[in-house]
Write a protein that binds this ligand. Structure first.
Ligand SMILES: C[S@@+](CC[C@H](N)C(=O)[O-])C[C@H]1O[C@@H](n2cnc3c(N)ncnc32)[C@H](O)[C@@H]1O
Length: 213
């Protein structure tokens, strides 16, 4: 898994080709179900929902099965193809789009909720700012963002960029209110053995963030 790792300044986001390669094997995050932290906040979400970097769609499909209107976006065509296939097989309606999360700023859609499971930590410092600005554009005032990201408490440097609690506060300092940032672990598939993460899954943060009115 060749992804940029932790350092104080990261100048390149993980590119599309890297994700295409990861989807060719057992993608570590592809666990065929939503992460438990998103299940736990299921009663707090409001439609319409944006799933940014939706991958093969488990979170989008979970919320849609609960009656929500959900749009899932990902820049890897194969991920979106798999997500659409799952939606058909499960008889659940979700709009899955091949779309770059770095160009949210010129989109006309508006959402009451955004979810991000594993996207924020792929961005460089500069793209992180662009992404957060784009999120503020598509999220309605008062809208909530539920975000799960790799944490600086995860030892080692292999795998995604580590993110500190302070970096979350800095990234969402203007125009946002951070409601909570809780430590958690990301469940990964046992099929992925290339990198050894902490037992129970890589350490992560689960953040609840509100766009100011
Ligand atoms: C760690 S995976 C998580 C996938 C999914 N959220 C999940 O939890 O199963 C990150 C996803 O973000 C997508 N991604 C990365 N950069 C992106 C970008 N600029 N625009 C859209 N999707 C992106 C990748 O293709 C990948 O599917």
């Amino acid at each position: 898994m060749t992804m940029p790792n932790s350092s104080s300044v990261v100048t390149r986001s993980v590119d599309r080709g890297t994700f295409e390669n990861l989807y060719a094997g057992p993608a570590p995050w592809d666990i065929d179900k939503p992460q438990e932290q998103f299940v736990a906040i299921a009663d707090r979400v409001i439609s319409p929902i944006l799933d940014a970097g939706c991958g093969t769609g488990e979170h989008a499909l979970f919320f849609a099965a609960r009656g929500h209107r959900v749009v899932g976006i990902d820049f890897v065509e194969e991920a979106i193809r798999r997500a659409r296939r799952k939606a058909t097989e499960r008889g659940v309606a979700v709009e899955f789009l091949v779309k770059d999360a770095l160009i949210l700023g010129n989109w006309d859609e508006r959402f009451a909720t955004a979810i991000d499971c594993g996207l924020f930590h792929v961005f460089s410092d500069e793209d992180r700012r662009r992404y957060v600005t784009g999120l503020a554009h598509v999220l309605k005032p008062g809208g909530q963002l539920f975000l799960m990201t790799f944490s600086d408490e995860e030892p080692g440097t292999e795998g995604p960029r580590r993110v500190s609690r302070q970096e979350l506060h800095d990234a969402f300092a203007d125009g946002w209110e951070i409601e909570s940032v809780e430590p958690c672990q990301i469940e990964i598939t046992p099929k992925f053995t290339e990198v050894k993460f902490s037992g129970g899954g890589p350490k992560a943060w689960f953040a609840v963030i509100r766009r100011k009115r």
